[in-house]
Design a protein around this ligand. Structure first.
Ligand SMILES: Nc1ncnc2c1ncn2[C@@H]1O[C@H](COP(=O)(O)OP(=O)(O)O)[C@@H](O)[C@H]1O
Ligand SMILES: CCCC(=O)OP(=O)(O)O
Length: 359
């Protein structure tokens, strides 16, 4: 089989993750953290384009990988309009959409444009895989309590679907034959229900549990008061995305730091941290009703899935529904590369994408 060398790019709000893989084997995986001060001069996400692109090229050079040896590039897909799961070849429409008309601002919107620019210079193809906006939600799950508002599918499909495939392979049962509830517990949290290989319902930042740095759903009448106190949308959006959850209550978005506080006897920290598990468990329970209780397994993944204390709190609340499987880590770089390899090996086809004016 032909050997592939794939560059994977994953721009996040506080870091840029960069990796090069020879087939399934990582040559290097680097997480470059960005301080608030470092990103402060950039007013808009796209102002960071050149800076992050140079960082990707420099990191490859520092790790002894010559650009000319690459065979493909893959990036985390950003906030496109609702799209099917799987791979997309990055075309000008994807770049336009993420630059000028994304569903919302997020650092991942930079991934595809940077990937395409690097790939174009080398005459290669650039891909994205399982973007943030993969939408397989059933119509019934999209209905909100107001006719002018539809519930959206916007979360962490890349890691959730990869965890589902990993678990299915372990069980020797196809993903398409299982009913799984999957909780991604990272800086942001998504809880989703995958029925026979389709993610038909989910909750994330907008309505779900609070997370290390996001508020999740909030008491509505108090939201109305806050939204009419003179602050604009951008300010409030940033507030609920970065100053909520553990950050709001305890001043850190690092769950490990919270566990240290608890070990040192901080009872308030213990209350807030367990409240996060309590809320996550309630949403898992809610999605079990979508499955009519017929759930094969509950998978807990993401960075916080490394924590025995935290996963035990969830397990104790939800294990009556189905067995709980822990798959720690966000596995995003590996998932991007594996998806791309399936395309390059002819095991998967790419989805088409055409720009839309109003996502
Ligand atoms: N061993 C661990 N125990 C508890 N929490 C952890 C551990 N490792 C990472 N985390 C937490 O996971 C969160 C980040 O998760 P991750 O999936 O890497 O998210 P993101 O990609 O959103 O940054 C942070 O709150 C971090 O403190
Ligand atoms: C914008 C939804 C996806 C998301 O929140 O990703 P991160 O948690 O990695 O910021």
């Amino acid at each position: 089989m032909r050997k592939e060398r794939i560059l994977a790019i994953n721009p996040g709000s506080t870091s840029t993750k960069i990796a090069v893989y020879d087939d399934e084997t990582p040559l290097f995986v680097k997480v470059i953290d960005h301080s608030k001060e470092e990103l402060a001069p950039f007013k808009e996400i796209f102002d960071q384009y050149e800076y992050r692109k140079e960082l990707v090229l420099k990191t490859m050079e520092e790790n002894g990988v010559s650009r000319s040896t690459l065979t493909a590039v893959v990036s985390r897909g950003g906030l496109l309009p609702p799209v099917p799961a799987g791979a997309f070849e990055v075309n000008d429409d994807i770049v336009w959409q993420l630059h000028y008309n994304p569903q919302n601002e997020h650092a991942s919107n930079l991934g595809a444009p940077i990937g395409k620019a690097i790939a174009d210079e080398l005459g290669l193809k650039a891909y994205i895989y399982d973007p943030v906006t993969v939408d397989e939600m059933d119509d019934i799950a999209k209905v909100s309590g107001l006719p002018e508002m539809r519930r959206k599918s916007l979360g962490h499909p890349l890691n959730m679907r990869a965890a589902a495939h990993k678990y299915a392979a372990e069980c020797g049962v196809p993903y398409e034959k299982m009913n799984l509830i999957i909780a991604h517990l990272g800086g942001g949290i998504t809880i989703s229900y995958h029925q026979q290989g389709r993610m038909i319902d989910m909750v994330s930042d907008e309505e779900g549990p609070f997370s290390p740095e996001r508020t999740g759903g909030l008491p509505l009448f108090q939201v109305l008061e806050m939204a009419t106190d003179g602050r604009d949308f951008k300010t409030l959006y940033k507030y609920v995305k970065t100053k909520g959850g553990l950050m709001g209550h305890l001043g850190t978005n690092d769950a490990r730091a919270v566990e240290k506080m608890i070990a040192e006897g901080d009872r308030h920290a213990a209350l807030i941290y367990e409240a996060m598990a309590h809320n996550i468990s309630k949403f898992i329970g809610g999605l079990a009703t979508v499955a009519r209780g017929k759930v094969d397994a509950i998978i807990i993944t993401g960075g916080i899935a490394h924590s025995k204390m935290f996963t035990a709190w969830i397990e104790e609340r939800v294990s009556f529904i189905a067995p709980v499987k822990i798959i720690p880590g966000e596995n995003e770089m590996e998932s991007l590369v594996n998806g791309t390899l399936r395309v390059l090996r002819g095991q998967e086809t790419v989805n088409p994408f055409t720009r839309v004016e109003r996502p």
